[in-house]
Design a protein around this ligand. Structure first.
Ligand code: GSH
Length: 236
């Protein structure tokens, strides 16, 4: 039996990490038996991030590497029926969601002073009161530094909102009005986009990225459709 190790629930999200949620959706859609466990400190994961998958004692870290592993384990089921062009589009959309929009979502939670208390409570609430704020503060400074290195952290909030709006506009234009991205059934690329958007739409309370995303109703409906099709929702 495989074990998917994820972040604990937070912000009204049963599965709060888009990378963990996407992987849960994929494992479920492939009909593979698996259990889930939680790790509050991603620093203890093989590569310092979640999720990772444990299979026959092997630990596979990173949702994309897990996807490749599962494709191999299922003799090509993950990408079955997808043309090269569809895979190219899928990879491009995934990079947009996971390597750009994701960081704006992170900024909307970790950097925004009004939202920050939710991070302290949601991610560090299990720590003893005495060390909670100092440890959360260290983690916040690391996130701010990472945002700077990425480059997005160098922009003003107004400029970041512009970047997020253009990402959302692109995703909203890319998803279909009915059905899924490339097939009658949702696939890994639908899970990637929907898992990212589920956290943005459903995290409680709304962040500034949520406020922008609700303007794209078709993207919200698509996100619901993907979650319903696989029977896995990010929210509680
Ligand atoms: N490329 C990784 C990204 C995973 C990732 O960023 N996970 C976040 C949670 S959403 C994490 O564990 N962050 C902890 C940290 O960076 O310290 C994947 O696809 O699995």
């Amino acid at each position: 039996m495989m074990e998917l190790v994820t972040l604990p629930a937070a912000f009204g999200m049963r599965n709060v990490s888009p990378f963990c949620l996407k992987t849960e959706m994929l494992l479920t859609s492939l009909g593979l038996p698996f259990t889930m466990s939680e790790l509050g400190n991603p620093g203890k994961a093989p590569k310092g991030k979640l999720p990772f998958l444990i299979s026959n004692g092997q630990r596979i870290a990173d949702s994309e590497l897990i996807t490749e592993f599962l494709d191999n384990e299922t003799q090509g089921q993950v990408y079955a029926g997808l043309s090269k062009a569809q895979k190219a589009q899928g990879v491009a959309l995934s990079r947009l969601a996971e390597d750009h929009l994701y960081w704006l979502m992170v900024a909307s939670r970790w950097v925004d002073d009004r939202w920050w208390p939710n991070v302290v409570e949601g991610f560090f609430g299990a720590l003893p009161a005495l060390v909670r704020k100092p440890i959360a503060g260290i983690a916040r400074r690391r996130v701010i530094k990472t945002m700077e290195l990425h480059g997005l952290g160098k922009h003003s909030l107004q400029e970041q909102k512009g970047f997020a709006r253009r990402d959302l506009e692109a995703l909203a234009a890319a998803v279909p009005a009915e059905g899924f991205l490339f097939a009658e059934k949702p696939n890994i690329y639908d899970f990637t986009v929907a898992a990212m958007m589920a956290g943005i739409y459903d995290n409680q309370p709304a962040t500034w990225v949520t406020d922008l995303a609700v303007e794209y109703e078709n993207l919200r409906v698509y996100t619901e459709r993907v979650q319903a099709a696989v029977g896995v929702w990010g929210r509680e």
